[in-house]
Design a protein around this ligand. Structure first.
Ligand SMILES: *[C@@H]1O[C@H](CO)[C@@H](O)[C@H](O)[C@H]1NC(C)=O
Ligand SMILES: *[C@@H]1O[C@H](CO)[C@@H](O)[C@H](O)[C@H]1NC(C)=O
Length: 816
């Protein structure tokens, strides 16, 4: 997310001076905190400590006071909730905090619920517990502090890591659920073996590794960049190892959360929307899954499959190329010989796991190389600090695991040990090379030009790589960042789809027919065949292929490859057994399969897929034809967005809003500013998403719906019911049994927020995800766009108007 755009929406909040006269910021032995008492409030009024309810249980917790009154930052008794309001927090004369409650069996002695464990106090004690302005509850002179015992929240100034002297090792653990703060399944913690790195574990399984600190950021967190909101640093010395961030602008509120689903996200408070906005997320894509590809492999999200081998290595299992992920990893192509070995530089990487490295802060790269070269079991080396041209030394021994490729500027260099024969580093070879290379370049150049001229004469090339297509799927993967699309040949496609037999037809899309196919190895695929007669689809096809291959998200349909043969252009996708949402949702006999939890899951999935398209993927993509028939469902009814044929690719810096010459979309889903003026932006997708929400709740098509009495379309009808506080009447009768009323009311209100007439008023998709996943209160929607007009007039002057049969995707060239 761009910082400048973030800034523009941030409105500073004002510090409130505690308005309650008898508010206090501390607890003493004579003044305990009772559940019935006034809460403890920090001097600046920003935080309060008190007893709060979470799903009918009571917790002693610290939370924000001025903003986000639902946002708890710390819970004392997270694993032992209170059932009543008898809780009392006291401090002993020894400075120990105790949380007690009424004992139901023995009324004379209270029951101990929680105690502040910590180093035993020595020397003189000042038994007072104070809630500081940063939200830290501190006993005496930092005898004990709540910041040493984080839950799921990392606050500014908190130290995340190890104090070697006191033994305190601060880590984070997720909540069980959004209203149950007890310890959930995810833990985020430093591992101090080798060079410290943070590991995220789900129970005992490692799911993510930050990589080592490289002086600027963690090697596996390229998004962590200096900004105008907070500074951050990693400290490693004889006494402490920790990560910390501080606010630079005290008017900003930000916190890092380990969420119940294991995501590590940073949020920034936004006054305008009165909610937390996701600012950063740590795990970007499947390549962040720990050790996805196995030893000596590199995960590259731009490749398909994402796993590949380091140069000089080959897959251990040669059939692994057939699958997207493999764990066996890679083995050397040429055996090492020790003394004659050299090193090959690989750039743009997240450094491999450093749990077994040797680390020396004062060596330079030359000395580091020497050391590695001397030891035959040293497999790689690099600088440990990338600042000022690099310093320090890491040496790896044994397997290199969990390495991924980012880009030249986001990643780091690694020098990997290679047999001399793979490097050609001897002086004689060098001489030979200096003669041979120019000759070779000349020869290949001539051949290339010759071939190119010949082919150019024949026809305009669609994909030059076409000539590479081999019998089944060509799989010549390289480690570089080039886009590479696997190619299938036409014979394979004919066989798979039974010569495009009509019985294999799955449906008609905007630019062609989709067929089911089965490859010879039994894999089911969906083949989209671009209509032969339409020149119009070529651009869309090209977009879709080059765009989709780079996009990987579990809520997007995966492109497996493509096929081009003469006039024929095919896209090969993964096959979705449950077909598309419209076929279930609008079918009275089938829609009972979609109970409310499934529908809510579908809504969440579509929203996450869109956030990825709009914000998280490296390309900014606007779908432009979002509708139920473009939402496919897998075996478990997880939604996958399909059909990016009409998506526009934006570079990161380009304007959000573009005036399009070609309008593509579907009536009933198109935002008014898009259908009428051709303006499209991420907010026009938000509009279509809003229509989807209302359709999913009601089980009715916006386009076909016309209310018998008032004649409004679905949006108008939903708007009318909302204003009459009868929203629940919109609900599809087949989900009544599984209905979760607050959730449904929320989804309807969000649907209406998304279809508001004015694009600026609609929330962004990341805001939508935030609203779906929380209970922050939602603003009231304004009038939706297109709620009376049942259809808009098509500009009849359009010369190139095309409306494909049985299909409501519309394309026309706009001459304005
Ligand atoms: C995790 O724990 C389970 C059960 O305690 C065990 O079966 C499994 O092998 C463990 N996995 C790892 C990676 O240690
Ligand atoms: C944060 O602030 C504390 C206290 O002022 C300071 O000691 C520490 O170095 C700061 N850390 C960062 C990362 O700015």
């Amino acid at each position: 997310m761009e910082i400048s755009s973030m800034l523009s929406v941030l409105i500073p909040f004002f510090f409130l001076i505690p308005s309650i006269i008898n508010a206090r910021d501390s607890i003493t032995p004579t003044q305990p905190l009772k559940d019935s008492n006034q809460n403890i409030i920090s001097l600046n009024g920003q935080f309060e400590l008190g007893f709060f309810n979470l799903s009918n249980r009571r917790y002693l917790a610290i939370k924000y006071r001025n903003i986000a009154p639902d946002s708890i930052i710390w819970v004392a008794n997270r694993n032992s909730p209170l059932n009543d309001t008898s809780g009392i927090l006291t401090i002993t004369s020894q400075g120990t905090l105790l949380l007690t409650a009424n004992n139901t069996k023995n009324t004379s002695s209270p029951k101990l619920i929680w105690r502040a464990n910590g180093p035993n106090p020595t020397g003189s004690i000042n038994p007072i517990a104070r809630l500081l302005d940063n939200g830290n509850l501190v006993v005496g002179d930092y005898l004990w502090q709540s910041f040493d015992y984080p839950g799921n929240t990392l606050m500014p100034t908190m130290k995340f890591g190890w104090n070697i002297e006191t033994g305190v090792d601060r880590s984070m653990s997720s909540w069980k659920s959004d209203d149950d703060p007890s310890e959930g399944q995810y833990h985020f913690k430093f591992d101090h073996s080798g060079y410290p790195q943070m590991f995220l574990k789900s129970q005992n399984v490692t799911v993510y590794r930050t990589g080592p600190w490289n002086g600027v950021r963690f090697s596996g967190a390229p998004n962590l960049k200096q900004n105008s909101f907070y500074t951050f640093d990693f400290i490693i010395n004889e006494k402490e190892v920790y990560y910390q961030y501080n606010l630079t602008d005290l008017k900003v509120s930000t916190r890092m959360l380990l969420r119940t689903n294991g995501n590590i996200d940073r949020f920034i408070w936004n006054d305008k929307v009165n909610g937390w906005i996701q600012y950063l997320t740590t795990q970007l894509d499947s390549c962040d899954r720990f050790n996805l590809c196995g030893p000596y492999a590199i995960c590259n999200i731009n490749n398909s499959p994402v796993c590949g081998c380091l140069d000089g290595f080959k897959p251990k299992d040669p059939n692994a190329w057939e699958t997207a992920y493999w764990n066996d990893g890679c083995v050397r192509s040429v055996k090492l010989e020790c003394n004659s070995d050299g090193f090959k530089k690989v750039s743009g990487l997240k450094l491999p796991d450093t749990r077994k490295v040797y680390y020396n802060k004062s060596l330079n790269l030359k000395e580091c190389e020497k050391l590695c070269h001397k030891n035959c079991s040293c497999t790689a080396f690099t600088n440990s600090d990338i600042r000022n041209g690099g310093s320090g030394c890491f040496l790896w021994f044994g397997e290199l695991i969990d390495t991924r490729y980012y880009s030249k500027q986001d990643g780091q260099d690694l020098y990997v040990r290679m047999a001399a024969s793979q490097l050609g580093s001897h002086s004689t070879t060098r001489k030979l090379v200096s003669i041979l290379v120019p000759v070779l370049i000349f020869i290949t150049g001539s051949i290339f030009i010759f071939v190119w001229l010949k082919r150019k004469g024949k026809r305009e090339d669609f994909f030059p790589e076409q000539e590479l297509s081999r019998s089944h799927m060509s799989a010549s993967h390289t480690q570089d960042n080039d886009l590479e699309l696997p190619f299938f040949d036409i014979l394979t496609m004919n066989k798979a789809t039974d010569n495009f037999s009509s019985k294999n037809e799955l449906g008609k899309g905007g630019f062609g027919i989709v067929y089911k196919g089965i490859l010879s190895d039994g894999q089911e695929i969906a083949v989209k065949r671009l209509s032969k007669h339409s020149n119009q689809g070529v651009q869309e096809f090209k977009n879709e292929a080059s765009c989709m291959i780079k996009l990987q998200h579990r809520n997007l349909v995966r492109l497996l490859g493509c096929c081009i043969h003469e006039e024929e252009k095919l896209l090969v996708y993964e096959y979705m057994p449950n077909t598309s949402l419209d076929l279930l949702l609008f079918d009275k006999t089938k829609n009972c399969q979609l109970d409310w939890p499934i529908r809510f899951n579908i809504i969440n999935g579509i929203a996450r897929g869109l956030v990825y398209l709009h914000h998280d993927s490296r390309l900014r993509i606007i779908h432009r034809d979002l509708k139920t028939s473009n939402i496919l469902l897998d075996n478990d009814f997880n939604p996958k967005i399909s059909d990016f044929g009409m998506a526009r690719i934006f570079g990161g810096s380009e304007a959000d809003l573009e005036n399009t010459k070609r309008i593509v979309g579907t009536y009933g889903y198109m935002a008014p500013e898009y259908a009428i003026d051709g303006h499209f932006s991420t907010k026009s997708d938000v509009f279509s998403f809003g229509v989807l929400l209302l359709e999913i709740v009601s089980g009715k098509k916006n386009r076909e719906f016309s209310h018998p009495t008032h004649g409004l379309n679905l949006l108008g009808h939903a708007w009318k019911l909302y204003n009459e506080e009868r929203s629940m009447e919109l609900l599809d009768s087949s989900v009544e049994e599984s209905a979760n009323v607050p959730e449904i009311m929320r989804v309807i209100q969000m649907g209406l927020l998304c279809v508001q007439k004015s694009p600026e008023k609609r929330p962004s998709m990341s805001m939508v995800v935030l609203m779906l996943g929380s209970t922050i209160s939602l603003p009231n929607p304004n009038e939706p766009g297109f709620f009376i007009e049942r259809e808009i007039d098509c500009p009849s002057s359009s010369s190139n108007f095309n409306k494909s049969i049985n299909e409501i995707t519309i394309t026309f060239m706009d001459g304005r």
